[in-house]
Design a protein around this ligand. Structure first.
Ligand code: BEZ
Length: 219
């Protein structure tokens, strides 16, 4: 079973950009995502959006890698069609997982949904190779690439600020500190909040202004 904060399982694969392996991405963030099938409308809409936001993922130091159980020839034909129809070049590699080895390893094959294709899964792997977030969507619901981009930024801001991101957080917004776990720590939080530049609504809800990239710089 694939779990958060554990090393993402290693793999070697062929792709539309040639052979690749997970360890190639050490030192960078990686968003590894699967789609059910080439030449399907929802997947096509996601790929067009991924391609359009690719430079923003790159600016965050986050590589994109797609995967489905289709062949390389199918991937090539599909991306050529996307280029012709939508005027968009797919700039990231797509793995051909015909053997379903990687998709099975990562829990992308969910038999009650389909035995023969991957669900829409997305794995956020940090520069140390740890799985930091995963999202599973059914074939019938397209993902928001905007939200996937926001999640990379939230994970990075949380690491940078040693804090957490509240609901709907956007780059430049305040983060929140984990709640104190003892009565003494709660008392200390209240007494030292101002000196630490925290804005506390109560002992368990303290905001910290992000020192990292502002909304503008991140946009
Ligand atoms: C689609 O991408 O359009 C799709 C793929 C699999 C099932 C349903 C829709």
């Amino acid at each position: 079973m694939i779990r958060l904060n554990e090393p993402a399982p290693d793999f070697a694969a062929s792709s539309t950009h040639g052979p690749l392996q997970l360890s190639d991405f050490r030192g960078r963030w990686l968003l590894l995502f699967s789609h059910p099938a080439d030449f399907t409308p929802v997947c096509t809409s996601e790929f067009v959006a991924f391609a359009r936001r690719h430079a923003e993922f790159e600016s965050l130091g986050c590589a994109l890698v797609g995967l489905s159980v289709d062949s390389l020839y199918s991937h090539i034909a599909w991306t050529r069609s996307i280029e012709q129809v939508f005027g968009v070049t797919i700039p990231f590699p797509i793995i051909d997982d015909l053997s379903m080895q990687i998709s099975s390893l990562y829990g992308m094959i969910q038999p009650a949904e389909s035995h023969t294709s991957a669900i829409r899964a997305a794995f956020f792997i940090d520069p140390e190779g740890l799985l930091r977030a995963l999202v599973y969507y059914p074939p019938s619901a397209g993902r928001s690439i905007e939200e996937l981009l926001r999640l990379v930024q939230a994970l990075q801001a949380g690491d940078r600020e040693d804090a957490a991101t509240p609901e709907g957080w956007q780059p430049g917004d305040s983060l929140v500190l984990p709640a104190p776990k003892t009565t003494q720590a709660a008392q200390e939080r209240v007494l030292t909040a101002k000196n630490q530049g925290l804005e506390c609504l109560d002992w368990y809800y303290c905001r910290k202004t992000a020192a990292g990239p502002t909304k503008k710089a991140a946009a």
